[in-house]
Ligand binder design. Structure first.
Ligand SMILES: Cc1cc2nc3c(=O)[nH]c(=O)nc-3n(C[C@H](O)[C@H](O)[C@H](O)COP(=O)(O)OP(=O)(O)OC[C@H]3O[C@@H](n4cnc5c(N)ncnc54)[C@H](O)[C@@H]3O)c2cc1C
Length: 470
């Protein structure tokens, strides 16, 4: 007699704990745990390089937790699932819901097919505290401003579901002749870059829990203030784990609330709220990553300088606080939120380069690259998004450095060639007297660039460009 099987399709929930799809599948006689690298449906939103590295190691970790019995496939999930149904007696298919437009379209088609075939199909909320369609104003429309979205829409809503334990038993059905190897997916780049990024992280579900526990022990205690300082250990750095679902937002929400209530815990929960807000924006605006939410920006006079774009990407703009952020990204596959705002503002406002160029570079190089958070973050910084920073708010990278990197630890860590400058000129070396530059062995234009734009003039140019839209 053929075994009765529930297929659990892992997607952006690469964990065993607090996984509703897995928990439900574990009740069946046998479970077929599957990961599919979708190489057909994602279009421009196929995984970026850093995400591929993260995914490779995440799959290895998940596979280990499943005793080496994770099925690996690549191609079109529709065709792959169809074939699996023909080959095995699969009675049910379960997955955690995804919210990217291309995934929603694909899943709808697969769901319709399974229903047509009389296969039980169920999807679950494995990734969000509140699903986008559940947070509505009284008139049924969705929120466009964060504070009412979070305070009125989310917090006045039902509380998020409490996190669940791992299934107590998993009877896994595995056919090694019908599964690819993780290495076959060729997710690792040949360049040394992949190694460097990997060395910075410990990737996996258990590692996410360890990182979170450490954060709860110390970092969260001064989260509200300390989160602004890139060299402080006050942020959780859990974003890539959240992106790939090695930890759930529910685990973070309730884990933080267990500590009690204070301004730091409150603030941490509201950051999770920003993530929900991004997902809500993406859900209601499927072209969030490509189209200005405020249409008046459609005629914005962007500058198409590829030279300046490359200098920004490489962390060679000659503006230390910008370069430190861009190099943090290149060295680690992560960038602190303060730096994301500084480098974003500099790209879009001082360089007048289209925010979509920044969005694509982040997409390729961030381990936490997330269509909702990344697109919403870029639209926010560019001033064209929902509840965005006004366009005329232009971050001054010099004063930002003086305020948020007062000891210069962040800049010195990522730009060693100017590390010997005194704090007074660390964020603006072009203003340093010759003797000071000489003493610090900084040779502008030789071992560190002159600024590629004048901060004051470029600021005025940006304000002028913005005025032209009114
Ligand atoms: C231009 C730009 C691009 C961004 N791109 C991404 C991206 O691709 N992926 C991504 O996860 N975040 C993105 N963010 C948001 C934010 O910078 C990161 O979520 C945060 O820096 C991750 O670090 P952390 O885990 O230490 O955050 P913590 O401060 O510890 O916060 C905990 C969690 O809350 C969420 N969160 C925190 N800040 C924000 C925010 N401003 N918006 C939405 N969610 C937030 C994240 O899931 C984060 O992991 C972007 C922000 C900007 C300005």
């Amino acid at each position: 007699m053929r075994k009765k099987i529930a297929l659990c399709w892992f997607r952006q929930d690469l964990r065993l704990s607090d996984n509703l799809a897995l928990l439900n599948a574990s009740k069946a006689q046998n479970i077929l745990p599957l990961y599919i690298l979708d190489t057909v449906n994602s279009g421009r939103d196929f995984l970026g390089s850093a995400s591929k590295i993260w995914l490779h190691h995440s799959l290895n970790s998940l596979n280990q937790s499943l005793d080496g019995k994770l099925w690996i496939k690549q191609g079109d999930p529709f065709e792959i699932i169809k074939k699996l149904l023909q080959a095995y007696s699969i009675e049910a298919v379960y997955w955690g819901r995804c919210y990217e437009p291309w995934r929603r379209d694909r899943d709808e088609k697969i769901k319709a097919y399974l229903i047509d075939q009389n296969i039980e199909v169920r999807s679950f909320n494995n990734s969000l505290l509140w699903e986008p369609w559940t947070v509505k104003k009284h008139d049924g429309s969705h929120y466009k401003v964060f504070t009412p979205f979070f305070r009125k829409g989310c917090l006045n809503h039902l509380p998020p579901r409490e996190p669940l334990a791992k299934p107590s038993t998993l009877r896994i059905f595995f056919n090694e002749n019908d599964s690819q190897e993780i290495d076959d997916l060729k997710l690792l780049p040949s360049a040394a870059w992949g190694k460097k990024v990997k060395e910075f992280w410990k990737i996996g579900e258990d590692e996410a829990q360890i990182l979170f526990k450490n954060f709860l022990r110390s970092g969260i205690n001064n989260f509200k203030e300390g989160r602004n300082f890139p060299s402080n250990q006050n942020v959780s750095r859990l974003s890539p784990y959240l992106r790939f679902g090695q930890v759930s937002p529910n685990q973070l929400w309730y884990g933080a609330l267990k500590l009690g209530e204070d301004k730091n815990i409150d603030h941490f929960c509201s950051e999770l709220g920003w993530r929900e807000f991004s997902y809500s924006q993406l859900y209601h605006n499927p072209s969030l990553s490509t189209k200005n939410l405020q249409v008046k920006f459609d005629s914005f006079p962007w500058d198409c300088s590829s030279e300046k774009l490359v200098a920004w990407q490489k962390g060679l703009t000659g503006i230390p606080m910008v370069d430190a952020g861009m190099r943090e990204l290149w060295e680690t596959g992560y960038m602190h939120n303060r730096s994301r705002m500084i480098v974003g503002s500099f790209l879009v406002k001082n360089l007048l380069i289209d925010w979509r160029e920044g969005e694509r570079w982040f997409w390729d190089t961030l381990c936490d690259a997330d269509l909702a958070n990344n697109s919403a973050g870029w639209q926010w910084i560019a001033g064209c998004g929902a509840d965005a920073a006004p366009y005329f708010r232009i971050f001054n990278p010099v004063t930002q450095g003086e305020k948020f990197d007062p000891d210069g630890n962040y800049v010195r860590r990522f730009i060693p060639e100017i590390a010997k400058l005194p704090n007074k000129f660390l964020f603006n070396p072009w203003e340093a007297p010759k003797e000071i530059l000489q003493e610090a062995r900084v040779f502008l234009g030789k071992n560190y660039p002159n600024p590629i734009v004048d901060l004051k003039l470029s600021r005025e140019r940006a304000l002028g460009a913005f005025k032209s839209l009114q």
